[in-house]
Design a protein around this ligand. Structure first.
Ligand SMILES: Cc1ncc(COP(=O)(O)O)c(C=O)c1O
Length: 473
């Protein structure tokens, strides 16, 4: 297959050239009725719908099928799907396809909230595996073979093992292939949220993709690390244990019946970008990355931490939280992906051989930013408390059983021992600190207090101003 082809992009171009008259949705009529600023309005001239020749995402047999076949050929899957509602919908669909009410699923504890939402929606019972704390990135890491083996022995009835690889911070570890083998030896499918690894397909120096390592279903946020529009994602299936039809069934149920063509075209383009990424592109990427790191190292008190994924860099500034560093960068127009108590996380562009970014100018802005921070001695004592003990745990009550139970708001100080009535999610990264149905421990409270003090933002059941949590009565 010719990976330079972009069937969807080409079809939209061709369609536009014919200056079609619109008596159909969307109501902006190719942008004519829109009063958006000109740059935005122009994009609307490609915002079509399921017109003759433009295929249908949910029954693809034309250009969308062609584009998805190119995607599948690139990732060597049995079948690949375009997703128009992010990895969120990929996670929802793959978990719905694997389990139902009362089923046990084994899930990595530091998963994205969409994984827990899917578990709640299906009525499954999660067994949570907490990975060891990764000292290098100061974040929860990835599961070990030993942990998964223990869980499989204790819960042989599990319908799926749900993993996150890499973590938001680019941690992959080296045990995923073995973990997948272990699960397959028990005929248990492995579902991998690889939201942050769509670019792994370009291979070294990037880590290997879970799809290559044998996972049954892999979900990618193409918009996170490839040049796709926000929400544009992929789902790949390569399984003998879960059928393609089931995935297609849930995707058509969970996704819009009016998917954005602009967004899908950007997925087609992102696939072509990854497919055409050559050794010369990788060399240029690594060259630019190492120059950037050298520049950053010249900034006094700045520590640069590299992780398994070369696309991610962590920046720490002595005596200041990651939140403070992020805010300082923003004052100079530099926007990091996220911050935590320790560091700011940068996602580098997947530079290619033509890239020529103004690294020195960026460094200047960063110096200006940190100059305002000043240096303090008392390095903030945000400790390993943001993690939770390693090991296996289950929820006190499965989330879907909580629907009609009575709830109340109580002071954080009195919450230990109570059951969380809603998940509490520092955002970003969107990984729940407390999961709906989980018994709240002193450990949660300490971690929460530290995060509040450090300036974290939250989604979910917290009234920050009066420090209250939402719990079962
Ligand atoms: C690990 C992980 N999984 C899934 C998601 C959801 O992805 P999306 O924003 O594409 O829906 C995110 C988003 O940040 C994530 O970090």
């Amino acid at each position: 297959m010719n990976q330079n082809n972009r069937p969807l992009v080409e079809a939209l171009e061709y369609f536009k050239e014919r200056t079609p008259v619109s008596f159909h949705v969307p109501g902006h009529k190719h942008g004519l009725l829109s009063s958006l600023p000109e740059g935005m309005r122009q994009a609307l001239s490609y915002d079509y719908t399921e017109l003759t020749g433009l295929d249908d995402l949910h029954e693809a047999e034309g250009i969308i099928q062609e584009a998805e076949s190119l995607l599948s050929a690139l990732y060597k899957s049995k079948r690949s799907f375009f997703l128009v509602n992010g990895s969120t919908v990929g996670n929802l669909a793959m978990i719905h396809a694997a389990c139902g009410i009362g089923d046990t699923v084994i899930v990595q504890r530091n998963a994205h909230k969409s994984v827990f939402h899917a578990i709640e929606m299906t009525g499954a019972r999660p067994v949570l595996l907490s990975p060891p704390w990764d000292m290098h990135t100061r974040t929860p890491g990835v599961l070990t073979q030993e942990q998964v083996e223990k869980a499989l022995t204790a819960y042989p009835q599990a319908k799926a093992v749900i993993l996150t690889y890499p973590t938001y911070y680019g941690v992959t570890g080296e045990e995923l292939e073995k973990i997948i083998e272990l699960c397959h030896a028990c005929s248990i499918p492995v579902l991998v949220d690889e939201a942050h690894g769509a670019h792994f397909i370009v291979s070294e120096p990037f880590p290997r993709s879970a799809i290559e390592l044998g996972a049954d279903i892999v979900v990618h946020s193409a918009h996170k690390t490839l040049p796709a529009m926000t929400m544009g994602s992929f789902l790949h299936i390569r399984s003998e244990l879960i059928s393609e039809e089931k995935i297609a069934y849930y995707l058509q149920m969970l996704q819009s019946s009016s998917p954005s063509y602009l967004l899908m075209a950007s997925l087609d383009d992102a696939r072509a970008y990854a497919a055409s990424y050559r050794e010369s592109d990788k060399r240029r990427f690594m060259e630019l990355r190492s120059s950037f790191i050298q520049e950053l190292k010249k900034i006094n008190h700045m520590e640069i931490v590299e992780t398994d994924d070369p696309l991610k860099l962590l920046l720490r500034y002595a005596g200041h939280s990651g939140f403070a560093l992020q805010a300082a960068f923003e004052s100079e127009g530099i926007y990091a992906e996220l911050a935590d108590p320790y560091q700011a996380l940068l996602i580098l562009p997947l530079w290619n051989r033509e890239s020529n970014p103004p690294l020195k100018e960026w460094k200047k802005k960063m110096i200006a930013a940190v100059t305002n921070l000043g240096k303090v001695d008392d390095n903030p004592a945000f400790l390993d408390m943001v993690t939770w003990p390693d090991g296996i745990s289950v929820l006190a009550i499965p989330p879907y059983e909580l629907v009609n139970m009575e709830t109340e708001w109580i002071s954080i100080d009195n919450a230990a021992g109570r059951i969380a009535a809603a998940s509490l999610i520092p955002y970003p990264p969107g990984i729940p600190l407390m999961i709906k149905g989980e018994r709240i421990t002193e450990h949660h409270i300490r971690a929460l207090s530290a995060l509040i003090e450090a300036g974290a933002r939250f989604q979910g059941a917290i009234h920050l101003e009066d420090k209250k949590l939402f719990v079962l009565k």
